[in-house]
Design a binder for this molecule. Structure first.
Ligand code: NG6
Ligand code: CA
Length: 503
């Protein structure tokens, strides 16, 4: 090759590389879902919280979109998380609150939100509470657990396996217990009591907080849990440090993935019980531990914003801040949340709570922040988290395979504030079914006694032998059942609900 030809080929090659690289470069935004546990609509400053400040969330809301009628799919955790990640309703798979040693409830052959994002070129990670089960049968906590986030589509995972009030009280990183001493293997039981960590009902003197009889199993770090546990002493978490450990893992994940589009599902333990705030946040609210862990959770949100900002990624990251089910004051631990709540309204103006079919069970604080695309404001669109799968798929130009995400609909324009159009019909799962048709709210009759463990929580799950119908335009707090006055609306909603349930 003569010199001229060589220079030409060099120039052409360089040009080709530059053009090709620019075309191939993925300009999709990073996606971060910040999923808080048991946070109510009214628990954030911008939605009227009293007695606790949430400056980091409020900043996201002021620079983003605050939704007033966005819902998780169920009033409990496992079902909502199942729907968020699979785009299908929990009842289709009988998904209910799981024990800490339950098998994985997401079929590994099924399409999921993180798998869809992997196909679009994303790195995917989950940090925090899982509560979707692990493994296939009895879990051996001393080896890599065969089925979990990896099989669901996460390249990286750092987990609280179930809930903070369930054993085992250890973190899992990529499905292995962190810091486990092989000479001190872990055994867990949700049936027979096993020797190991002392039992709360026998040793109340060891406890930082007293509990109802359902939470009096293994005492770990002065807190009795659901279930029994032996071994794994070096691997035990310290509840007071959980917000720091999780925030650190999440921000490290952001730093390590700054050069490629990433999806982070940051699933906080707060503000679920046991509500044991770190000393940094103790007495930062007027509401005792429940308010303090709201402040602590807000600090974690601030860590994420700061990490994104430090990497210059805040502008082109889609942050979705929300919660998995409605608020609850007394879920079994004696932390005086009911006594100290004052004028604060955890569910905002809405009736109900966690476990309930009324609006506060699923109407979630929801903020979308993406400065590059989303204009600040508020949106009244009626939206469900079950739709995030199809909505995000459209954002990143992915098709949904037949049979996947069967309940998920594309509302991306509404999530981004380009449209006010929400769902016409929206299902709210609980121990019965709530159902919305625009601003009509119907609750399916349930003529069954409320289980004792719910009665003791001072919540009304909404069981009534007759249908309930409310007009949320006139009666947002669902006080007046007007089903008898509108039989035609009841019939229409019942028919549509039946169609969804039998689909
Ligand atoms: C309930 C637990 C409660 C809490 C909840 C799960 C009893 C009596 N209560 O069954 O303590 O762990 O499950 O909360 O066992 S959730 O936010 O993960 O759905
Ligand atoms: Ca929850």
């Amino acid at each position: 090759m003569n010199l001229l030809a060589f220079v030409k080929s060099l120039l052409f090659g360089t040009l080709f590389c530059v053009v090709f690289h620019a075309c191939a470069q993925n300009t999709n935004p990073n996606i971060v879902i910040i999923y808080v546990d048991d946070l109510g609509y009214g628990d954030i400053g911008v939605n009227g919280a009293i007695g606790v400040e949430t400056p980091h969330i409020d900043t996201l809301a002021k620079n983003g979109l605050n939704f007033t009628d966005a819902h998780c799919s169920a009033s409990t955790c496992t079902p909502s998380r199942y729907s968020l990640l699979t785009g299908s309703y929990a009842f289709r798979n009988n998904a209910e609150i799981l024990e800490g040693d339950a098998p994985l409830i997401i079929n590994p052959n099924m399409g999921t939100l993180p798998k869809m994002l992997q196909k679009a070129g994303y790195k995917t990670g989950v940090v925090g509470k899982w509560h979707l089960g692990l493994g296939k049968g009895k879990i051996n906590w001393n080896e890599k657990i065969p089925l979990g986030p990896e099989e669901v589509g996460f390249d990286y995972s750092f987990l609280i396996p179930a809930t903070g009030d369930r054993v085992p009280c250890v973190f899992l990183e990529n499905q292995k217990v962190v810091g486990l001493d092989p000479n001190d293997p872990i055994t867990v039981s949700y049936g027979a009591r096993i020797e190991g960590y002392p039992w709360g009902f026998q040793h109340p003197e060891l406890l930082k907080q007293h509990t109802d009889p359902y939470h009096q199993g293994a005492v770990i770090n002065g807190i009795s849990r659901i279930g029994y546990m032996k071994g794994g002493k070096n691997a035990l978490w310290v509840d007071e440090d959980i917000p720091f450990v999780l925030s650190d893992k999440a921000t490290t994940y952001i730093d390590e993935n700054k050069d490629n589009p990433f999806f982070l599902y940051f699933s906080l333990h707060d503000i679920h019980q046991p509500r044991i705030a770190n000393i940094k946040f103790v007495e930062s609210s007027t509401m005792g531990p429940r308010g303090d862990v709201i402040a602590q959770m807000d600090w974690c949100v601030g860590q994420i914003s700061e990490a994104l900002d430090n990497q210059g990624l805040l502008e082109n990251t889609l942050i979705i801040f929300t919660s998995d089910n409605g608020p609850i004051l007394d879920d079994g631990y004696l932390d005086y949340a009911r006594e100290l709540v004052g004028d604060h309204k955890p569910g905002g103006p809405y009736r109900g709570s966690k476990y309930s079919a009324y609006e506060a069970g699923t109407r979630m604080p929801t903020v979308v922040h993406w400065p590059k695309v989303v204009k600040p404001g508020t949106s009244k669109a009626l939206l469900s988290q079950v739709d995030l799968y199809a909505s995000l798929a459209s954002l990143v130009n992915q098709n949904i395979e037949k049979g996947d995400a069967v309940d998920s609909q594309n509302f991306m324009d509404s999530w981004l504030g380009k449209s006010d159009k929400g769902r016409k019909f929206l299902l709210e799962e609980s121990y019965t079914f709530g159902f919305r048709m625009d601003n009509w709210k119907y609750i399916k009759p349930k003529d069954a006694p409320v289980p004792n463990w719910i009665v003791q929580k001072f919540v009304d799950p909404g069981f009534r032998p007759e249908p309930q119908l409310f007009n949320l335009d006139k009666d947002p707090s669902e006080e007046k059942n007007i089903a008898n006055e509108h039989p035609e609306i009841v019939a229409k909603m019942e028919a549509k609900l039946k169609e969804i349930l039998e689909q």
